[in-house]
Design a protein around this ligand. Structure first.
Ligand code: FAD
Length: 476
C-alpha cells in the first residue's frame, strides 16, 4: 500500500471501538499506514454501555457484565492492560430465584442456561410440577431432529424439554439476554450449541452435562476472577473499557468524531463517499458499519438482502436502578436476584440485587437494586412517563420483597429498539447480505450486535473480524 489510504468506522459502540482498535493493530502488524476515523452520532462513545458513577455507587445503565468464558473480551482486556481491573460476582451470592405463583423459588443447582445438568436438585425443585419434570426427562430418550436446519429457540426447547420447563425456567433466564419471544428467535443464531448437542449427543441434557466438564477445564485458562465467576465486569464499571479504548485510539492517531451522524454512503469508483449530517463529506477506501441494523440498512440502499436487515425487530426495554439505605430496605439478600416468567403478569421481568451480586457497586450500608422492564410483546412501558414506570416498579418491589421505604434516589434508563431479535433463517440472511455487499460494495462491511451475537464478547469478536477483513483487503 503506497499512498495513505483511509478506513472509516461508523458507530462508536463496543463493536465500532473494537473495530477501530483492531484496524490500527492489523495495519501496524502489516507495516502499513492508513488514516483511521471513528464516527459516532451521539456525543459520547460506548453506545449501549453507560456507567454512571455517583455518590460512591457504580451504576450500569446498559449492560452490566459479560460471560467470563468468552475469550475475545478477556484478550482485549489483556492487550489494553485492564486485566487487573476485572472482578467477578460475590461468591456468597450464587443463588438466583424464579417467581412462581407469587413466591420466589431458588433455581435448582446445576442449571446451565436453564438446562438441568444435575438431575437430583432439578427433581426436588418446586418450580416445575411432577408432570413437567417427567416431560423434561423425556429429552434423554427422544430421538434427535433428522436434519440440522434452523428452527425457533422456543420450538426446539419445547420439543426437547416440554412447555413447562421452557415457560417457567428457560424463557425467563434467556429473556434476560434477548428480551425476546423464544418462538420468534432463531436457534442457530442464539444458542447454536443446543442444536449441535442434539445432533452429537441426541439428548440436550446429556450434551450439556458433557459440555460442562469441558467448560470447567477451559475455565482454568481464565484470569483469576473468571475461574470462580460465570460473569465478570470491571471494578469501576464497563465504561472502563470504553475509556481505555478511546485513550488508546487517540494515542494511535485515530480521528474520533462524536456528535456526527452518518447520513449517506455512496460508491464513487473504487472509493466510498461518506456523508455527515450537516453536509460534510469524506472519502474512504473502506467503511465498517457497526450500527443497529435498522440504521445500517438506511445507508446500504434498496436491495432484497438489505430489506431482510431492515426487517430485524429490536425490542425496547427499560431499567430502573433504585438505591436505599440498608437499614431502610431492611431485607437480607442471600443471592443475586430473581427472574419473572411472563405468566406471573408483573411489570418487571427481573430484579438484580446489584449491591449483593457485585460488591464494588455500592458503598457499605447502601443497597442497590436494578429492575428490568419490557420484553418482546410487553413494550407498553414506552408510553409511560418515568414516574409512572417507577410507580409500577416500586409496587412490584414492595409486593415481592417487602421494601416500601423511600429510596435515596432512582435512575430510569430507556433503551428504545435496543435488543435485536434474530429471526429463524437469520444466518442465511446475513450470508446473503454479505455476499451481495462483496459484489455491489466491496470494501464495505456491516457488523455489530444485530449479526452474530449480542453479548459484549461477541461484539468484540465481530468488530475484530471486520477490522481484519478490511485491512487485509487493503494490504493484501
Ligand atoms: P451499539 O452499542 O448500539 O452502538 C452503535 C452506535 O452507533 C451507537 O453509539 C449509536 O449512537 C451509533 N449510531 C447509530 N446510527 C448512527 C449513524 N447514522 N451515524 C453514526 N453513529 C450512529 N451484553 C452483555 O454482554 N452483557 C450484559 O449484561 C448486557 N446487558 C444488556 C442490557 C441492555 C439493557 C441492553 C440493551 C443490552 C445488553 N447487552 C449485554 C448487549 C450489549 O450491550 C449490546 O449488544 C452491545 O453493547 C451493542 O454494541 P454495538 O457496538 O454493536 O451497538
Amino acid at each position: 500500500m503506497n499512498e495513505a489510504r483511509k478506513i472509516i468506522v461508523v458507530g462508536g459502540g463496543i463493536t465500532g471501538l473494537t473495530a477501530a482498535y483492531y484496524v490500527r493493530k492489523r495495519l501496524k502488524e502489516a507495516g502499513c499506514t492508513a488514516d483511521v476515523t471513528l464516527v459516532e452520532g451521539a456525543e459520547k462513545l460506548g453506545g449501549r454501555i453507560h456507567t454512571l458513577r455517583k455518590e460512591g455507587f457504580v451504576i450500569e445503565k446498559g449492560p452490566d457484565s459479560f460471560l467470563a468464558r468468552k475469550l475475545p473480551i478477556i484478550e482485549l482486556s489483556r492487550e489494553l492492560g485492564l486485566e487487573g481491573e476485572l472482578t467477578g460476582t460475590n461468591p456468597e451470592a450464587k443463588k438466583t430465584y424464579i417467581l412462581r405463583d407469587g413466591t420466589l423459588h431458588p433455581m435448582p443447582a446445576g442449571l446451565v442456561l436453564g438446562i438441568p445438568t444435575d438431575i437430583e436438585p432439578f427433581m426436588r425443585t418446586g418450580l416445575v410440577s411432577a408432570k413437567g419434570k417427567a416431560r423434561a426427562m423425556m429429552d434423554l430418550v427422544l430421538p434427535k431432529k433428522e436434519d440440522d436446519s434452523d428452527e425457533s429457540l422456543g420450538h426446539f426447547l419445547h420439543r426437547r424439554l416440554g412447555k413447562e420447563v421452557l415457560d417457567q425456567i428457560v424463557e425467563p433466564l434467556l429473556a434476560g439476554i434477548y428480551a425476546g419471544d423464544t418462538y420468534a428467535l432463531s436457534l442457530q443464531s442464539t444458542f447454536p450449541q443446543f442444536g449441535e448437542m442434539e445432533q452429537q449427543y441426541r439428548s440436550l441434557i446429556y450434551g450439556m452435562i458433557s459440555n460442562r466438564k469441558k467448560s470447567q477445564q477451559e475455565a482454568l485458562n481464565l484470569p483469576a476472577p473468571g475461574r470462580n465467576s460465570v460473569f465478570l465486569t470491571y471494578k469501576n464499571g464497563l465504561q472502563t473499557l470504553v475509556e481505555r479504548l478511546e485513550e488508546v485510539l487517540r494515542e494511535e492517531g485515530v480521528t474520533i468524531r462524536t456528535g456526527t451522524k452518518v447520513t449517506e454512503l455512496r460508491k464513487e469508483g473504487e472509493l466510498y463517499e461518506v456523508g455527515y449530517e450537516g453536509g460534510q463529506r469524506e472519502t474512504a477506501d473502506s467503511v465498517i458499519l457497526t450500527l443497529p441494523t435498522y440504521h445500517s440498512a438506511e445507508l446500504l440502499g434498496d436491495h432484497p438482502s438489505v430489506d431482510k436487515l431492515r426487517a430485524i425487530n429490536y425490542v425496547s426495554v427499560a431499567n430502573v436502578v433504585i438505591a436505599y439505605r440498608e437499614k431502610d430496605a431492611n431485607v437480607k439478600f442471600d443471592g443475586s436476584g430473581f427472574l419473572i416468567p411472563r405468566s406471573e403478569g408483573r411489570s418487571i421481568t427481573a430484579c438484580t440485587w446489584t449491591s449483593t451480586k457485585w460488591l464494588h457497586t455500592a458503598p457499605e450500608d447502601r443497597v442497590l437494586l436494578r429492575c428490568y422492564v419490557g420484553r418482546s410483546g410487553e413494550e407498553d412501558w414506552v408510553h409511560l412517563t418515568d414516574e409512572e414506570i417507577v410507580a409500577k416498579v416500586r409496587k412490584d418491589v414492595a409486593e415481592l420483597m417487602g421494601i416500601t421505604a423511600e429510596p435515596l434516589f432512582y435512575e430510569v434508563t430507556r433503551l428504545y429498539r435496543s435488543m435485536p431479535q434474530y429471526p429463524v433463517g437469520h444466518l442465511d440472511h446475513v450470508r446473503e447480505l454479505r455476499s451481495d455487499l462483496a459484489e455491489r460494495m466491496p470494501g464495505v462491511y456491516v457488523t455489530g450486535a444485530g449479526f452474530h451475537g449480542v453479548g459484549l464478547p461477541d461484539c468484540i469478536r465481530q468488530g475484530r473480524e471486520a477490522a481484519f477483513e478490511a485491512v487485509d483487503r487493503l494490504t493484501g
